[in-house]
Design a protein around this ligand. Structure first.
Ligand code: SF4
Length: 439
């Protein structure tokens, strides 16, 4: 007999921050007794969590909405693209509801309005750690929403609003629940991790009866006491980031810093409305390495920003050579609807942006190759993610899931996801390391 439990289909697009919103909605749906359907046809309605960061993400989100409309017909749209309601309504006028990002309550209200809440849901329908989209052994922990900066190429503040931090007790309770459910690595995310707590004037909260400030250092220290890998993402280069580096050298949190520098030319940084200067950034990198020589620094950059001259691009290349960063992502500037940078003069032709991207990536590739070569012969602790044939696929402390490299461990098929193991690095290729058992 067919189940009478109402079923909701779910499509989750976008960055880990959007993924974290999806996890909260999925958790709430299951807590209230809804089933999550794996197909459009079986679902009573479908929620699509969208991304609107760049034009290709907008297209992917619009296509996903279109597919849900075609295959199911009853669709609720949420997420970043939801902030551009008119565009969505014009293409799909018969949606059940459209909400912006970080809108758990609005999404649940729309679900309740169109699909009656199941009766008497038992409180144990959902595991305490909630529903997660990541593998069981690692999890993203979102500590705040929104951003107080106004970078000229970004529309996140207009979509998600100013910074709103979660209380420290809430964050720590979630982190502890994740660890108790078997998570071996927590990845701290937000739009601006360094600014955590600034909106709350760093107010103290209580965790296990102990006062802790709503502040990056205090959060890192408390998370570090949980005994799992703690990885910090989206750390804006404020001076107080220096305080966290000793926690890395003491191995309390991973010696890994994902810090978006975006450019090196002072004029371009100013046009981007980024307060940090490249000279300060280089000094910070030097200081961080003095305190924690093992630190892995990841950053992202934009080439072809409006008005970027050859000389300013060369400054960026020079910065890259000086900084010797471990991991780097680079994007060609692309105008996003609503961003103030669209109004700047001197938009760069596509072929020049492409040439600059190639040169940037070639410069970084040789730096990354040398960094990987230096690891040959080292003994590293890795975290197993899965398998490929006889190989265990793992990551070292220097590798965040999905964005960094992998460590392929031969004779590793008996290892389980979530296992930590010491391995000896034997060789490398462009992105990844190859290892054998540490015997
Ligand atoms: S720091 Fe800048 S790029 Fe990052 S979310 Fe805030 S405004 Fe956007």
């Amino acid at each position: 007999m067919a189940s009478l439990t109402p079923k909701v289909g779910f499509v989750s697009l976008g960055c880990p921050k959007a993924g974290s919103d999806s996890e909260r909605i999925l958790t709430q749906l299951r807590a209230e007794g809804y089933d999550i359907s794996k197909s459009y046809q079986d679902a009573d309605l479908v929620v699509v969590n969208t991304c609107g960061f760049i034009d290709s993400a907008v297209k992917e989100s619009m296509d996903a909405i279109g597919e849900a409309v075609k295959k199911n017909g009853k669709v609720i749209v949420t997420g970043c693209l939801g902030a551009k309601k008119e565009i969505i309504e014009e293409a799909y006028p018969n949606l059940l509801a459209i909400t912006g990002p970080h809108a758990l309550n609005e999404v649940m209200t729309a679900v309740h309005a169109h699909l009656e809440k199941p009766h008497d849901p038992f409180s144990d329908l959902v595991p305490p750690q909630g529903i997660r989209l990541t593998p069981k052994h690692y999890a993203y922990l979102k500590i705040s929403e929104g951003c107080n900066h106004r970078c000229s190429f970004c529309i996140i503040p207009s979509m998600r609003g100013d910074l709103v931090s979660r209380s420290i007790d809430d964050v720590m309770t979630e982190a502890e629940t994740l660890v108790n459910s078997g998570v071996s690595e927590i990845l701290v995310i937000s739009q601006d991790t360094s600014a955590y707590g600034v909106d709350m004037k760093y107010r103290s909260g209580f965790w296990h009866g102990r006062p802790i400030k709503t502040k990056l250092y205090d959060l890192a220290e408390a998370l570090g006491s949980l005994g799992v890998w703690i990885r910090m993402h989206y750390v804006y280069p404020y001076p107080h980031v220096d305080d966290v580096i000793p926690l890395m050298s003491e191995n309390l949190i991973l010696p890994y810093l994902d810090v978006p520098f975006q450019h090196a030319s002072p004029r371009i940084l100013k046009l981007m409305k980024r307060p940090a200067s490249s000279e300060n950034n280089l000094q910070s990198i030097r200081r961080w390495r003095e305190v924690c020589p093992d630190i892995t620094i990841r950053s992202t950059f934009i080439v072809g920003f409006p008005g970027e001259t050859e000389a300013e691009f060369d400054e960026l290349i020079h910065f890259l050579e000086e900084a010797q960063l471990d991991r780097v992502g680079c994007f060609k500037y692309s105008p996003v609807d609503g961003a103030s940078a669209n109004l700047l003069e001197g938009q760069i032709p596509e072929d020049i942006k492409e040439m600059r991207l190639q040169k940037f990536m070639e410069t970084q590739a040789s730096i990354s190759q040398k960094k990987l070569a230096n690891k040959v012969g080292q003994i590293l602790t890795v975290l197993v993610d899965g398998h490929q044939g006889d190989y265990a696929i793992a990551r070292s402390k220097a590798d965040a899931p999905d964005i960094d490299g992998k460590v392929y461990l031969r004779d590793g098929k008996l290892l389980k996801p979530g296992d930590f193991v010491d391995v000896k690095i034997e060789s490398y290729d462009q992105h990844d390391l190859f290892a054998g058992p540490n015997v």
